[in-house]
Design a protein around this ligand. Sequence first.
Ligand code: ZN
Length: 283
Amino acid sequence: MTRGAKTAAIAGIAVAACAVTAVVVTAGGRSTDASAQSSLTVNLPPAASDHIYGSPAAKGRPVVVIDAGHGGRDPGAISVSGEVREKQLTLVLAQALRDELVKRGRVRVAMTRDDDRYLTLDERAAVARRLSAAMFVSIHIDSAPNPLARGASVYSLSDVASDAEAAAAAARENGSDDQRANGSAVDMMLADLAMRSQMGASADLASRLVNKAAGRVELRPNPHRFAAFHVLRRAETPAVLFEAGYLSNADDELLLRNPDERAKMVLALAQAIEADVAAHARH
Ligand code: ZN
C-alpha cells in the first residue's frame, strides 16, 4: 500500500463516525453519492490547516507549503537570553513569508500552522501531500553548544548527511516526531526513483535559497547542507529546511528579533521560491 493510500484508508475510518451527521445534512437536497462523499471530507477537520492563501489573480498557481517549526507543547530551542522560543520566531517568519508571497502573487501559500499548536512531522508533511504542493519549506532556528556558531543554513533532503553537524541537526529536528515508528516503511522508499528526483529538486531549491540570501542574510560557511529530515522526506515534493540562524548566539537572537532584519530574510526566501517555481514551470 502506498503511503497516500494508507493515509486515505486511515482517514476513511476516521470519517465513519461523522457519516450519520453528513447524510442527514444532505438528505433534504438531491445530493448524489459523490456530493455526500465530499461533505464527509469537509466534516473531518485535519490537525493541520489546508487553507490556501492567495489573491484571486493567483488562481491555479502552484501551492507552496510553509511549515513553522515546532509549536504548542514543543517549544524548540530557547534563545540565549531566555526570552524567546524557537516556535514563536518560526511562526512570525512563516507568517511574514506567507504575506510576502501572497502580496507578490506568483504562487499560492498554505501554512501547516498559523497559531501556537503542536503538530507531528507527518501532519505537517501531509499538508503538502494533500494539496499536491509544488514545494515544502520548513522554517527552524538552530541551537548549538558553541555560543559563537551563527548564521542561517539550508538543508535539503538526503539519505546521507553532509557532515556530523548536519546529522545532529536532523536528529534534533526529528526528535519532536511522535511517529518515528513509520520510519522503516518510509526508509524503503529511499530506493525509489521518485525519492531520488525529490532529493535532486530539493537540492536545486536549497541552492537558489542560498544564492538569493547571500549578501543579504548572515549565512554559515557552507550554508547548503544535507541530512535525513523526516519532515522533508514525507512531504513527497521538493522540500527544504531553512534554519534561520542560531538562538544560542546573542547576535543572531538580536537579528532574528528585529523585524527589519527578518524582512530582508523573508524577501530573499520569497524570491528564491518564485525563481524555483518559475524554473520548474519552464520544463
Ligand atoms: Zn527546530
